[in-house]
Ligand binder design. Structure first.
Ligand SMILES: Cc1cc2nc3c(=O)[nH]c(=O)nc-3n(C[C@H](O)[C@H](O)[C@H](O)COP(=O)(O)O)c2cc1C
Length: 312
């Protein structure tokens, strides 16, 4: 066993495990800087604190006015182009590091960024599984077998381990061991949570929703899984006294972007919301403004059938 000095100057034991080859990171044309430690997260005013009703976007981005139309089902368009387009366009996505267990007791751990809150009362989350040929993902298999999962948020200092275990390891191998993450016991379900996670949620599966899409034949195993929370676990230094707010500075969430990119939060701004009664009391003209109907030019081909015939 070797001992290494970490950046925080504490000595940790590290077994001589093989390294992942990160030598391909960056390129001569796009060199990457080293990681920068950020100890505080800045909070500013919004870009346009003088925004007025009806003003639209602040228009500081002088991008093109025109858009490119893309048919996801266009002949010859590879499916992976839609994947790439969608994950780069819907970003950042939170990551749910999902711990499940099979009926015969094998523990599994895998990251999912098709993951979200669905409702807070009762607290419901969802995971989505992309369709694929061959066997379903172990997480889905386990959910079908035992109906339990822990959803762990992913802080910055866990992302290398989380990214690594997205590898398609054989069903009987343990991603827990491969990641080096430590298990902490759950109280309402069998799967463990990740000790290092700042926020973990014990959940029970509500149902598996399989859906038909317009793609002929679809692909096997694509489904949505809503999960109801049975317990929250928050690191004690990250929660306020009333146990109702998690400090962002402690959560340090990582979001997934397009390609191999991830994001961290170093910069935020505050923007209060108003309500209709207060807004219309201050600005009665709002009702008039909201009544203005603008015709949106349609690009749809003219409808065929009796109505169209009557028009012509
Ligand atoms: C950050 C991250 C997010 C991911 N999100 C998803 C996802 O939302 N849906 C999915 O099907 N696979 C996703 N993957 C890939 C799975 O983690 C991968 O297929 C994994 O091997 C599944 O593990 P399992 O078979 O143990 O369930 C993601 C991978 C990473 C690194």
């Amino acid at each position: 066993m070797r001992r290494y000095l970490t950046t925080s100057s504490s000595l940790v034991d590290r077994k001589t495990h093989p390294k992942i080859d990160y030598s391909l990171l960056g390129s001569p044309r796009r060199p990457l800087e080293d990681w920068k430690s950020v100890h505080s997260i800045s909070v500013t005013k919004p870009q346009n604190p003088d925004w007025q009703w009806g003003e639209g976007s602040t228009n500081h981005d002088q991008g093109s006015e025109n858009h490119v139309e893309i048919n996801p089902f266009e002949e010859g368009r590879p499916m992976v182009h839609n994947y790439s387009l969608m994950i780069s366009g819907i970003a950042p996505r939170p990551i749910g590091l999902t711990s499940t267990i099979s009926a015969d007791g094998k523990a599994n751990l895998a990251p999912f960024s098709y993951f979200q809150i669905v409702d807070h009362d009762p607290p419901v989350f969802m995971l989505a599984f992309s369709g694929r040929n061959g066997a379903p993902k172990d997480t889905l298999l386990n959910l079908r077998e035992t109906g339990e999962a822990v959803l762990n948020t992913v802080p910055e200092d866990m992302i290398e381990a989380v990214n690594a275990i997205s590898v398609e390891a054989p069903h009987d191998l343990s991603e827990w061991a491969l990641s080096g993450l430590t298990k902490a016991p759950s109280t309402t379900i069998k799967p463990a949570h990740v000790k290092k996670a700042v926020f973990s949620i014990e959940t029970k599966l509500l149902k598996i929703i399989e859906y038909d899409t317009s793609k002929p034949g679809g692909r096997p195993h694509e489904c949505l899984a809503p999960l109801e929370a049975t317990r929250f676990w928050v690191r004690e230094d990250a929660i306020d006294e009333q146990r109702k707010h998690i400090e962002l500075k402690k959560l340090r969430p990582v979001g997934q972007l397009g390609g191999i990119a991830y994001a961290r939060i170093t910069d935020t701004f505050d923007l209060p919301r108003t309500n209709w009664a207060r807004a219309t009391k201050e600005t009665p003209e709002l009702i008039e403004l909201g009544n203005e109907m603008t015709e949106v030019p349609s690009r749809l081909p003219p409808k065929e059938g009796p109505q169209a015939a009557a028009r012509s």
